[in-house]
Design a protein around this ligand. Structure first.
Ligand code: FES
Length: 72
């Protein structure tokens, strides 16, 4: 329980897309809501459309997609 709480808090505080300030919690929520490709997650959250063009966040999104799929 405490672990889940901390994880949820960390997810809110950790920015996956630094350019756009998109937290990990938003990426996870998008994946849960059916976004199952990098493009779909980017479209749903706006991640990847910042000044770096997704260079810094695309691999992190990919990792979360793999993790989420592995957890199903
Ligand atoms: S970190 Fe996501 S677009 Fe730059």
């Amino acid at each position: 329980m405490e672990h889940n709480l901390n994880q949820g808090l960390l997810d809110k505080l950790t920015k996956v897309c630094i350019c756009k300030g998109i937290p990990r919690s938003s990426i996870k929520a998008a994946i849960k809501n059916g976004a199952n490709t990098i493009e779909a997650v980017q479209k749903a959250t706006g991640a990847g459309s910042g000044s770096c063009g997704g260079k810094r966040c695309t691999s992190k999104i990919q990792e979360l997609l793999i993790q989420q799929k592995a957890g199903e």
